[in-house]
Structure formats: structure tokens, C-alpha cells
Design a protein around this ligand. Structure first.
Ligand code: AMP
Length: 218
């Protein structure tokens, strides 16, 4: 089972990916996390990546593809995986398809989370993450608040705001997303792989999860 999740910042794709990973026992592969891992190693590449990500710009396609190739070659991907944050534009989608052909794998289903910019912004500036285990919390979403203020439920580390989760950077990231994904949506729509799920403030994490599972099992 291969799944691609596409969504603007803070639409909940990371949260849904983790739930799907537990339900289907397949890995959650986030290109944002792969990049943040590289940054946390403090390498020269990591420093360059941080500078670009902190401005809300996209990392070049070749760098992402290399990180992804490495990750998909691990044996835990053999029964499928959830791809979160990739592809982000048509050229990445084309490269990804070539990669899948060479690995004899299918695209699978592409799930697109639609969210209004105002709600995505509110959620972005209310997001805090654990720098140790990567768990994401949201002070605006009841199901996603940490049990103890500022402390990770899982590893008890202090939670932090992501350096690219400011209003200014959000606006840039959202614009980039809208600009690039229009054609990406059309690309997968034409192939018949695209499923759209609307995210709004009245739906709980579980409501959205049930909708996603329904799509995957249809
Ligand atoms: P995310 O964790 O998905 O919100 O991604 C955080 C940042 O990582 C983005 O704003 C981009 O700078 C970079 N990034 C993640 N995935 C990609 C990708 N597929 N292509 C280019 N840049 C990416």
C-alpha cells in the first residue's frame, strides 16, 4: 500500500500519516523530517538546507530525490509507505514515477487535504514540536494538545516552535504550495489517483482519519 499525502502547512498531514502508519504498519516518510534530520546532524548540507527552509522556499529537486531514494531503498518500505510532503510539484512527480518504475512499485492513492488559508495560518502559529522525537502538537486542536504544557507526552523533552512556523514564513509557504500544487492536482486527477478531503475546524482528527481510511479501503 503506497500512499501520497499532499497538503498545505498545518492541514494535519503529519498527524494523519502517523495514524495511518500505526494502522497499516507501514513507515511514514516525511521529506520535511528527512531534511530536518540532515539539519540536526550539523553537516554543511544541513546548514544550507536550514537557510532555505527558514525562508519558506523549496529545496532543489535533486537533493530531495537523493534523500528519498536512500529512504525508499530500506526494507521497511517493501509493503508500502506513506509519503508526506513529496512530490510538491509536477517535476518531482515525474521523477518519482521514474523511481517507482525502476523499483517496480505503484503510485497508489494520492490524498489531498484541502484547508482554508486562515485556518492553516492559525494552526501553524499554534504548532509546537518535540525536537527529540519529532512529535507534533497543536495548542488550537483539542486532540493535539500536550498533556503537560510545553512537555512532550512521549519523551518528556521541552517542546519548541519550528523556526519556519512564523506568520511571515507561513504566507510564503502557503503561496508556494498553491502555486505549485494546482498543476500537481491536475497531474494526479488525470491519472485517476487523486482523492480530496476537506479539513475544517468542525472535524476532529478522528473524523478526518475515518474519511482517509474509507478512501484507502474503497
Ligand atoms: P514540511 O515539513 O513538509 O512542512 O516541509 C518543511 C520544508 O521542507 C518546506 O517548507 C521545504 O522548504 C522543505 N521541503 C519538504 N519537502 C520538500 C519537497 N518535496 N521539495 C522541496 N522542499 C521540500
Amino acid at each position: 500500500m503506497n500512499i501520497i499525502l499532499i497538503a498545505p502547512p498545518a492541514a494535519g498531514k503529519g498527524t494523519q500519516a502517523k495514524l495511518l502508519s500505526e494502522k497499516y504498519n507501514i513507515p511514514h516518510i516525511s521529506t520535511g523530517d528527512l531534511l530536518r534530520d540532515e539539519i540536526s546532524k550539523g553537516t554543511e548540507l544541513g546548514l544550507k538546507l536550514k537557510e532555505i527552509m527558514d525562508k519558506g522556499d523549496l529545496i532543489d529537486d535533486a537533493t530531495i530525490l537523493n534523500l528519498l531514494k536512500e529512504r525508499l531503498s530500506l526494507s521497511d518500505c517493501n509493503n508500502g509507505y506513506i509519503l508526506d510532503g513529496y512530490p510538491r510539484n509536477v517535476s518531482q512527480a515525474e521523477e518519482y514515477e521514474k523511481l517507482l518504475n525502476s523499483l517496480n512499485k505503484d503510485i497508489g492513492k494520492v490524498i489531498f487535504f484541502d484547508i482554508e488559508e486562515k485556518l492553516a495560518l492559525q494552526r501553524t502559529v499554534s504548532r509546537i514540536i518535540c525536537p527529540n522525537c519529532g512529535t507534533s502538537y497543536n495548542l488550537l486542536v483539542n486532540d493535539l494538545k500536550p498533556k503537560i504544557d510545553g512537555i512532550c507526552d512521549k519523551c518528556e523533552c521541552s517542546l519548541k516552535v519550528r523556526s519556519d512556523d512564523t506568520e511571515e514564513v507561513f504566507i510564503k509557504r502557503f503561496e508556494t504550495f498553491i502555486d505549485k500544487t494546482k498543476t500537481l492536482k491536475d497531474f494526479y486527477q488525470e491519472k485517476g489517483n487523486l482523492y480530496i478531503i476537506n479539513v475544517d475546524e468542525n472535524k476532529t482528527v478522528n473524523d478526518i482519519f475515518n474519511e482517509v481510511v474509507k478512501v484507502l479501503e474503497s
